[in-house]
Design a protein around this ligand. Structure first.
Ligand SMILES: Cc1cc2nc3c(=O)[nH]c(=O)nc-3n(C[C@H](O)[C@H](O)[C@H](O)COP(=O)(O)OP(=O)(O)OC[C@H]3O[C@@H](n4cnc5c(N)ncnc54)[C@H](O)[C@@H]3O)c2cc1C
Ligand code: SF4
Length: 508
């Protein structure tokens, strides 16, 4: 059952077979799979439980507060600073994500299998895991009527230029195109962990404790033995009661920023001190286009298509308009023109983004109390890719008929035709002149076959600590260049199967 803060009135000591910290893409899948195999699983979640009928279609601000860490406004520090957003609620970031589904691309699988030693990570061997995940989250094509006009404009521009444009597969069932995915889908169409894996977990007598932040993973003689955390009031932030869980296996599924933070604060060390390093961000640069025709982007789902033409160069393009309040989070620092645009041109706006498959690497550091500092500098290679991606996306919009594009650069905020695109290269920009954001953080407890080059083994267990696993986006050894949730879920399922098959052996 779900134990919420109001149900708790004293410190708690519990025991179980497996304790999973975090209930997002990794945590819910690993938890449900283990519970179905007959293990007693307890999941602990820092955020609250918000069932779909409680999502607030007309109150963006409260939705951000309820469902996101820091109400969706967190920063990765570096050159440039990158805004990032992640879910903090039951379901984690899946509760607020766009639902786009991609299997791990083959080019990435080869790197992970050959160079990183992730055994059996091939399309054939992983097909079973991908298929199961896709079935559970109903990964399907959209009905055309639900797709919004801005998606059509992206497709139009891409096709006129002869580019490859793919219709997105999304985790949804009868999506009607309300375009509220990132503040919680009120129609229950979007298939998140809350509508799929969590109910199945609860059916198998799994327990979830909410509003409880785990502060320490407990180990004894290089073996995980449990966790400690505090039930915390979401408004006052006051610690109310202590939770101590004794378990045979601990799985950290807190996401790629919070997993290393929790483990480092617990004094966990891997052989080569790689934990927290290798932060990958899929930097995303926004281009906002203005069309003469009314686009009314809020009507219909925005993730109808992606332009995949430049995927091999590490550039993916999509559109993602949302409510004006959320769109302001994605805007350049010199926002005067942009705020005017939102006020005067909102009905005519299309918000597009280029996702960069990054080779830059950052790091998660911890500070006093509960502070966590993600650090990341964009290298020159990724910076050049960003400039190119912005130019290409602006070209797509102008080709589809846009009369103006707003850009994510300090000092060059507008272009009026394709002929202006060279200005991006003539301006002499530095990385600190570009405004970036991300919703994909990955890589900080990298998986691999070699204990000297990775933190966890190919099944998610620490190379040097028995019974301590990671099942979330931290496990990615490299950037994948596409939306990551299906890869996270498939790997989490594989980890769960490994634990079940070896449960008795793991205890010796
Ligand atoms: C707005 C947005 C849109 C996105 N769109 C897409 C998309 O369309 N397709 C796609 O594939 N991906 C998308 N993503 C990314 C995808 O949702 C994430 O990559 C994925 O959910 C990450 O899974 P995870 O298990 O690593 O972490 P999460 O799903 O973020 O779950 C981590 C959970 O752990 C909890 N937690 C953290 N620390 C603690 C602690 N110490 N104690 C207890 N609990 C803790 C958090 O509260 C959170 O609930 C999007 C993300 C966002 C934010
Ligand atoms: S577009 Fe609307 S109905 Fe479709 S998944 Fe998103 S919020 Fe739900």
């Amino acid at each position: 059952m779900i134990h919420q803060l109001e149900d708790i009135n004293s410190d708690l000591n519990i025991s179980c077979d497996v304790c999973v910290v975090g209930t997002g893409a990794g945590g819910a899948v690993v938890g449900k799979t283990l519970a179905e195999a007959g293990l007693h699983v307890v999941m602990i979640e820092e955020g609250g439980y918000f069932p779909p009928h409680s999502y607030l279609a007309d109150d963006t601000v409260q939705s951000l507060v309820n469902l996101y860490r820091n109400a969706g406004a967190a920063v990765i520090f570096g050159k440039p600073n990158i805004m990032y957003a992640e879910g903090r609620c039951v379901g984690g970031s899946t509760t607020v994500n766009g639902g786009m589904c991609w299997r791990t691309p083959e080019k990435i699988m080869k790197i992970w299998r050959w160079e990183k030693g992730i055994t059996h990570f091939s399309p054939q061997k992983m097909d079973y895991y991908f298929s199961e995940v896709e079935k559970n989250i109903n990964a399907k094509s959209m009905i055309p009527e639900a797709v919004n006009r801005e998606s059509e404009l992206l497709k139009l521009g891409g096709e006129r230029l002869g580019y490859e444009v793919k219709a997105n597969i999304r985790a949804q069932d009868h999506c009607v195109g309300a375009n509220l995915c990132i503040t919680g889908c009120p129609t229950q169409a979007k298939q998140t962990m809350v509508t799929s894996y969590i109910p199945a977990f609860l059916k198998k007598n799994g327990d979830i404790y909410t509003h409880c932040r785990v502060h320490r993973v407990l180990t004894r003689q290089n073996r995980a033995v449990g966790v400690e955390g505090y039930f915390t009031d979401p408004v006052t932030k006051q610690k109310k009661y202590k939770l101590k869980v004794k378990s045979r296996i601990v799985i950290s599924s807190c996401g790629a920023i919070q997993t290393p933070a929790l483990l480092l604060k617990s004094g966990i060390k891997d052989n080569k001190k790689l934990l927290g390093k290798n932060l990958i961000t899929h930097p995303n640069a926004k281009v906002m286009a203005v069309f003469d025709e009314p686009v009314n982007s809020w009507r219909g789902v925005n993730q109808g298509y992606q332009i995949t033409e430049f995927f091999d160069d590490g550039i993916l393009m999509a559109v993602n308009s949302t409510s004006p309040g959320v769109m302001t989070l994605a805007l350049p620092l010199e926002t005067k023109n942009i705020l005017q645009a939102l006020k005067n041109e909102f009905h005519h706006l299309v918000m597009g983004g280029v996702l960069i498959e990054d080779s830059s690497r950052g790091q998660v550091r911890t500070g006093p109390f509960d502070t966590v500092f993600p650090l990341y500098n964009l290298n020159s290679h990724d910076f050049e890719k960003t400039l190119r991606g912005v130019g290409l996306l602006a070209e797509v919009f102008f080709t589809a008929g846009a009369k103006k594009c707003y850009l994510p650069f300090r000092g060059l905020q507008e272009m009026h035709s394709i002929d202006d695109i060279p200005k991006i290269y003539q301006a002499g920009f530095k990385p600190t002149d570009v405004e970036l954001l991300t919703v994909h953080v990955m890589g900080t407890a990298q998986m691999g076959g070699d204990p000297d080059r990775s933190v966890i083994n190919p099944f998610g267990e620490f190379h040097n600590i028995k019974g301590l696993y990671v099942a979330d986006a931290s496990v990615f050894p490299t950037s994948i260049g596409v939306n990551p949730q299906v890869t996270i879920m498939a790997l989490a399922m594989r980890t769960a199967e490994h634990i079940t098959e070896n449960f008795n052996k793991l205890l010796t």
